[in-house]
Design a protein around this ligand. Structure first.
Ligand SMILES: Cc1ncc(COP(=O)(O)O)c(C=O)c1O
Length: 366
C-alpha cells in the first residue's frame, strides 16, 4: 500500500521509557525501579477519582456523554473563564494539538516552535502539511530568545507554540514577551502551552479576554494525576472553540475519564497537596543536583529539570544507561531538536525515591 508522503517523512516519536521495559532489559525487579523520565505525578490520582472510575465501570456499555456541560462549568470555575471558552479532549493535550492542526493548517502554512521544546507539536502538525520554523531558547541564560521568535514571523505564520514552563528547560516566559509576540503576529494563533502551569503558579489565561489570537493549552496529566486517563483542555475565544468542536471526535472523552476529571477538579485538597509536594520535590532535586561539580542544572518552574552533563565523563546516552542499570529511569534528551547529546531531564519523584536517585548519582559521578 502506498502511504502518504507526509507520513513516510515523519521521524518516529521517542517517548520516555516504561518500568516494564527497563525491568526486563536490565533484569531488575519492577518495584526497585524509580521513574523520573516522563514528568508524571508520582503520588497517584485523587482517591475520589479512583472511586468515581470504579462506580462508572458499570456504565461502560453506554457511549460517553457528548454534553460536557457540568465538566465545562467546573473547568470554567478552575480557570476563571466561561464554559464557551473551553474545549475538552479525551487523548490528552496531545489531542488538542491535533485538533489545532486540523482546524488551522493548510499545506504550506508555517508554525513557529522555539527549540528545544515539546516535540509533539511538530510530530502532529507535519502530517497536515504544516512547515516548522525554528526559533530558540537561550540555554545559557535559560530564557526564551524573543528576537528569534519575532524574526521567524512572516505572512505564512499560522501558529506559534510557546511552552511555558517549557519542556524540557523548565523556563517561564514573561507576560511582557508574550504580549510582544501576540501583538507582532495578530494573524497567527499564539498557543501558550501551560501543561505544567500549576507548578509555576503563573498563568496567562487572562490574555484570552484581551486578544483574539491566544490559545492556552492545559492537561489533567501532571498536577492532576490523571496521565493514564488522557484528558486535556484548551482555552480560547468562543469562535475558535466552536470551530475546533466541529472537527473534534465526539466520543473521545471516555465515561471513566469524564467522571475522574470531574471528581479531581472538585477535590481541592488533592490539588493543593499535589502542587505543594511537587514543588518541594523539585526544589529538593534542584538543590541536590546543584551540588555536583560536574553537572549544571537549569532552574525549573515545572515538575522536571534539565541537566547539562558536558563536564562529566559521560554523554546523555551513557549516563542514562548507567542510571538505568541501577533502576533509575531518566530522559536522555538527545532526541529533542535544538540540543546536543549532553543533556538529560529528570522529573520529580517521592522524597524517598529522590533520595535513592541522588545516592545512585553520587555513586556514578563522584
Ligand atoms: C509541554 C507539554 N505539553 C503537552 C503535553 C501532553 O500532555 P497530555 O497529552 O498527557 O495531556 C506534555 C506531556 O508531557 C507536555 O510536556
Amino acid at each position: 500500500m502506498d502511504v502518504r508522503d507526509a507520513v513516510k517523512k515523519l521521524d518516529p516519536y521517542v517517548p520516555g521509557r516504561s518500568e516494564d521495559e527497563i525491568a526486563s532489559e536490565f533484569n531488575l525487579k519492577k518495584e526497585d525501579i524509580v521513574k523520573l523520565g516522563s514528568n508524571e505525578n508520582p503520588w497517584g490520582p485523587s482517591p475520589k477519582a479512583v472511586e468515581a472510575i470504579r462506580t462508572e465501570a458499570y456504565n461502560v456499555n453506554r457511549y460517553p456523554e457528548t454534553d460536557l456541560h457540568e465538566l465545562k462549568e467546573e473547568f470554567a470555575k478552575y480557570t476563571n473563564l466561561d464554559a464557551d471558552n473551553i474545549i475538552i479532549s479525551g487523548d490528552g493535550a496531545d489531542e488538542i494539538i491535533d485538533i489545532l492542526a486540523k482546524t488551522f493548517i493548510n499545506p504550506g502554512d508555517e508554525f513557529i516552535t522555539p527549540l528545544p521544546t515539546y516535540t509533539y507539536y511538530e510530530f502532529l502538525f507535519k502530517p497536515y502539511g504544516g512547515v516548522p520554523v525554528y526559533a530558540k531558547w537561550n540555554l545559557q541564560d535559560n530564557v526564551l530568545d524573543l528576537d528569534s521568535v519575532l524574526d521567524a514571523i512572516n505572512d505564512k505564520t499560522k501558529l506559534i507554540f510557546i511552552c511555558s514552563p517549557n519542556n524540557p528547560t523548565g523556563t517561564l516566559v514573561s507576560e511582557k514577551d508574550l504580549r510582544t509576540i501576540i501583538e507582532t503576529a495578530p494573524n497567527a494563533l499564539v498557543v501558550i502551552d501551560e501543561a505544567y502551569y500549576e507548578y509555576s503558579k503563573q498563568t496567562q489565561a487572562n490574555l484570552i479576554k484581551e486578544y483574539d489570537n491566544v490559545f492556552v493549552l492545559r492537561t489533567m496529566s501532571k498536577v492532576m494525576g490523571l496521565a493514564g486517563q488522557r484528558i486535556g483542555y484548551g482555552l480560547s475565544n468562543p469562535e475558535i472553540i466552536e470551530y475546533m468542536h466541529r472537527i473534534k471526535p465526539v466520543f473521545s472523552l471516555t465515561r471513566s475519564s469524564y467522571v475522574a476529571c470531574l471528581a479531581t477538579l472538585k477535590d481541592k485538597d488533592y490539588i493543593s497537596q499535589s502542587i505543594k509536594k511537587g514543588i518541594e520535590s523539585r526544589d529538593y532535586l534542584y538543590r541536590e543536583v546543584s551540588k555536583f561539580e560536574n553537572l549544571r542544572v537549569l532552574e525549573s518552574k515545572s515538575n522536571f529539570m534539565l541537566i547539562d552533563v558536558h563536564n562529566s565523563t559521560y554523554d546523555a546516552a551513557g549516563l542514562t544507561r548507567k542510571l538505568m542499570e541501577k533502576g533509575m529511569i531518566v530522559r536522555d534528551c538527545t532526541s529533542f531538536k535544538g540540543i546536543d547529546e549532553y543533556w538529560i531531564r529528570i522529573s520529580i519523584a517521592t522524597m524517598e525515591d529522590n533520595k535513592k536517585f541522588i545516592d545512585v548519582l553520587h555513586t556514578i559521578l563522584d
